[in-house]
Design a protein around this ligand. Structure first.
Ligand code: GRG
Ligand code: ZN
Length: 326
């Protein structure tokens, strides 16, 4: 089986045209900005970024700017949140359009910094819930904006380390269950902060390697089912730990390809309905594994390496084999 690039590109392109009055469309408005990033990044890795119109994307992103809070919401008139703010910045970066931020750039930096609490954790907005996802988003967004020097790296690192469990993996907060997606947020943030050397890589890499099941797919924690998106969360983390070779790549490639819908898109597992989230993370996983003709993905940012290199984001240098000198 091969990657059906043309079908996946058309699948993503069609989503853009599906703006309608359906309930499903409105019920997913809170994910719209994330969705635009997932689609545009997926297209980029399949070398089809040009299919989404630059001007329209910039207009949409700017229409979601929350003047009062200084960040981006997921949809016009929605309150700013760190999840949609990172996606908005990534969409602009993918279209080489960060300059359009103008004076908003400083307000966005202030918004991101204002989300950090005294213990180093991050809230997603002013309402108080903290999560290592929010920390990653703030750190990545600051890096994209060239403002990492405004962040207290030591305080931020110390919070991440408090979220590490005895098994070497990370949860959403101190004492929370280890979960592979939270591992990505913590390892990714440590990579951006250049403090990856503060963790015991081997214990974590072995926990991540144990995520591979006999079917070839990866799960997010013990006793759970395989799911294509962990091809990103687990592999990017292993790549940053220089341990990509701990998993059986051939079996994982076969699993991801088996979750393709013949009409386009990739599902969480074979036979399920395809969606743009699993399409991006399936393709990004394949890119990390060196699948032919895809753009190389940056394991720290889930962005094409060509883009993060151009932005000269402050990050350790990486290559396709996942070797990341710290
Ligand atoms: C730029 C790639 C990128 C990410 C930004 C928002 C974010 C940072 C990361 C999200 C991390 C996260 C917690 C994703 C959720 C992944 C997921 C499949 C959760 C499902 O959990 P369960 O409990 O599924 O429903 P399992 O697989 O455990 O049964
Ligand atoms: Zn999933």
């Amino acid at each position: 089986m091969i990657l059906q690039v043309e079908e996946h590109v058309q699948f993503i392109k069609k989503l853009e045209q599906k703006r309608d009055s359906s309930l499903a469309y409105h019920m997913t408005a809170h994910l719209r900005m994330n969705g635009v990033y997932w689609g545009l990044c997926g297209l980029s890795l399949m070398r089809a970024r040009h299919l989404l119109d630059r001007t329209e994307l910039i207009e949409f992103v700017l229409s979601c700017y929350d003047q009062k809070k200084g960040g981006f919401g997921s949809y016009p008139e929605h309150d700013a949140h760190v999840l949609s703010t990172l996606s908005a910045i990534q969409v602009l970066a993918l279209k080489d359009a960060l300059d359009v931020l103008g004076d908003r750039r400083e307000n966005i930096i202030q918004f991101l910094l204002s989300l950090q609490l005294a213990d180093g954790s991050f809230q997603g907005d002013e309402w108080g819930e903290t999560d290592t996802r929010f920390l990653y988003c703030a750190v990545s967004a600051l890096a994209h904006l060239g403002a990492l020097d405004r962040l207290d790296r030591e305080l931020t690192t110390s919070w991440i380390l408090r979220c590490q469990n005895y098994d070497g993996a990370f949860g959403s907060t101190e004492g929370a269950e280890s979960h592979a997606a939270q591992v990505f947020t913590c390892v990714g943030a440590l990579s951006i902060l250049r403090t990856l050397d503060r963790i015991d890589r081997q214990t974590l890499a072995h926990w991540l390697a144990e995520r591979q099941l006999p079917c070839g797919g990866l799960n997010g924690r013990p006793q759970k089912l395989e799911d294509v998106c962990y091809s990103w969360w687990v592999l990017s983390s292993l790549s940053l730990l220089q341990c990509l070779h701990y998993i059986d790549a051939e079996k994982l490639v076969a699993f991801i390809l088996s979750a393709q819908d013949p009409d386009g898109g990739i599902a969480d597992r074979p036979g399920n309905v395809a969606d743009v989230f699993h399409t991006l993370f399936g393709v990004a996983g394949l890119s990390l594994l060196g699948y032919p003709d895809l753009e190389a993905v940056d394991p720290t940012y889930c962005m094409p390496l060509t883009i993060t290199k151009k932005l000269a984001i402050d990050r350790p240098c990486q290559d396709r084999s996942g070797v990341t000198p710290n």
